[in-house]
Design a protein around this ligand. Sequence first.
Ligand SMILES: [Zn+2]
Length: 1002
Amino acid sequence: MSVSRRLRCLSLSLLSLAAASMIANAQVKPGRDPNQPVDQEYTNKIREYTTEPFFNSPLTDYLPASADVPTPKAVLGDVAGAPGRLPYAEDVYRYMRMLERASPRVKVYSIGTTEEGREMIAVAVASEQLISRLEENRARLAKLADPRTINLDEEEADRLVAASFPVYYITGAIHSPETGSPTALMELAYRLAVDNSAYVKSIRDNMVTLITPVVEVDGRNRMVDIYNWHLAHSNQNWPSLIYWGHYVAHDNNRDAIGLSLKLTRNVLNTYIAWKPQVLHDLHESVPYLYDNTIGDGPYNAWVDPILTDEWQMIGWHNVSELTKFGMPGVFAHGNFDTWSPGYLMFIAATHNGISRLYETFGNAGADTLERTLSPNEYQRTWYRQNPPLPKTKWSQRNNNNYQQTALLTSLHYFSNNSKLFLKNFYLKSKRSIEKPKNEGPAAYVFPADEQRPGNQSELLRTLQAQGVEISKSTAPFTVAVKRKAAGGAARPTPSPSPAASPSPTPKTEDRTFPAGSYIVRMDQPYSRIADALLDYQYWAPNDPQTAIYDDTAWTMGELANVEVVRVTDIKVLQAAMERVNGDVRSSGGISSNGSVYLINHNADNALVTLRYRLKDVDMEAAEEPFEAAGRKFSRGSFIIRKASGDDLRRAASELGIQVYAVASAPSVKTHPVRAARIAMMHTWLTTQDEGWYRIGLDHLQVPFTYISTQDVSRDPNLKSKYDVILFAPVGRSAQAIINGLPMFGNPLPWKKTELTPNLGGIDETDDMRPGLGWSGLQNLQKFVKDGGLFITVDDTSEFAVSYGFTQGVSANRSQRLRAVGAILRTKTVDSASPIAYGYGDSLAMYCFNGAVYNINNGVGGRGGRPQQRTTGRGTLDDPDTPQGRPPAEIPEPPPKVEPWEAPRVTDEQRRNAVGLIPPNQRPRVVLRYADSRDLFVSGLLDGGDEIAQRAAIIDVPSGNGHVLLFSTNPFWRGQTKGSYFLVFNAIMNWDNLNAGRKLDEK
Ligand SMILES: [Zn+2]
């Protein structure tokens, strides 16, 4: 393409964009209605708290007065964004309900509660006519959202579009230290209800604005506590917000895949019930307003191109309007890649709506501060032509001005173009239904003969929560599927480095699925989210995006360890099937009669729930596979010789576990499977990643005691209280775990007081600064020597290795490897280890640049790996021969050692075996990373040979106890439910981990 033609294309598209925005702006000017009085006192305060006139706009530099409707001052005691004032969520709600009582234009809905029982709300604001017609509008939107209901009739769709008004859903304060949005949204709701300017009136007359002012309610209240503590201790350092929600912090905005948190479920349910066209989430981390809706590449590969065009339209209009107001530092694009569907706003992107996100500039509290930016924040770039100031005084009010101004311009643009966006909403829904005959696939099939029906149902229930319809086949059916890889892999395995140009005609073969198989049809309105979650991801190692924003993979069938078959053959839609009503559940109960009960170990997570539910019942694990009741039972299967049949039946049917009763126990070696006493140990440095462990255990009703490194530092007899200590990743160095925070300044309390009623509850301390310390380290090491099991993951495994818990194991951080939140294949090395019970030989696991382990049979030594021959005479296999003497006899070369194995013990080492680890104390590798060519499953993998074949999960005996090291992460964001059981196996077999172990002879 010649330069001039390229320019012409560009200018044409700019023209059409300009035309669209001209229509939007032709009608009304932003600014107050001169006939409506302003609330002068409030307006004066807005101006006082705004640090420069250009940090305000004609939309927010005044507040209209109302005779009947209270302003935010009624609750705040001052204006929104006033210095020194942060309202609790309950105060925000109190104000929204005052608005509701005072104005027929406002309605407040309760949308659920948080983990700690606090309420979440959604506030609808529109003209009284629209508010009174919400239900009939909702019925129309439901038809546009599901074009099957109107037989995909375009004329009917146009009629519905003409009669409907859109819903724009705004969510604030998901990230608790980002404190500005609740007050901005209180004032926005007031303006939308009261302001008679043509600009605002056109918004409320043409659309519904729906507002959830606080998404992370538990975290908001804790943040307000911290801020109040800071105000009361003005010359002191204040504690960091170590807990936001009950479980996780910043990752609450990565939960739209796993749906583990109540806030995600509540917003998702509200989204599905209201059918809004936009979900717009407010954040604060970038000066002064970064509209990251357009973001950067790579874009998520499963969203409709109509949506990515909408991002451009809305994003650029937004930047352009605020720039014209003279507000500096407003920009789009930036470095946010739009790949992962885990963000809250992406609920809209994957459900035929529009996802939007602002980053504005907050001070993490309500202090007015002098803020100095770094050059990369204030320098001009191509997408930031009017950058923020290098240094300025910044207030919460400035932030509130930016948030409200940008939202009002977006709402106004949206209301002016409401029919366009409603039609697009319909078109995206329609194109989702037409997926099977266009891009495909036609369906995903979950076979009825799945080995893990419990985990299969759990994954299907997650899809149901996303609004996805599930069907079940009523007869066997045969369709063409992708041919299995040679060698008969258990499931289709993508090639390790997919070729740049995939073969045009993939080889297929017929496969018959049994009756009872689940089918996720792609001819449904929410096919897009199912496709995005179940498909494989490929992030090219040479992708120009090098600042990867988040995980590159999330393939849910692999992470759940259940088989999911992508079917492009549209014949699958003709299979005999019926819609599943209600939650998908695996069936459970006791079949046949007898007093001994057998349960096959298939690594379904419900088994651990059963173990703890019937904690007083003796259960044993079979150390070898066996056959009984005409069935095969795998290694680790439960044998229960004495139990109340009624209790077991009730638990099994509720948990979806199949129990087989037999007359007598099989003759197989067994050991007890115990409901071990578990402690989860956390630091006072971060609690983000360990929260995903707590939520996993809580959801499966596995009880644990929550202790901190400070508790451990004071307790020399941990083994008397706990059998297992689980130390999830911290994200800090081993030294930081020992040292804690620096001991400068004042103590940093984290506890419930009158001033801070929302702190504590999860855990408390008078001073967050002290770490594990050397006494804690000694106590932990004693716990292991006394027979305890210490489970560590990723960086806490490095902690265990660095501080000498694991003789014979050394760790390196990878140098070239890039496995950025990727899914990698592992192979089972020792299937007799209880940790591997219930698993096959190749499990896919989540990995974020995992540690590279070396295994040795000696302490301190690096061992002798066989070396290549040196330079000399002859070919590769020939012996070199020194000249002038007869050839010497060459000793037998040592046996080949695999990268996951320790080098064999040599006679030289045994002569004076000071550093030689006795065979029963040597590291036992349970799982390793697969060979290079099989390692890649999903996401980005580059430099994989560095970690290929290395040990991934190592059981290290120490004294009477064990340390279990993970290089992968088995508990991540509620997505990795297929690898949870590696940890549960370790817990339930904590005092029998040596079962099935073959010891070295020497
Ligand atoms: Zn944020």
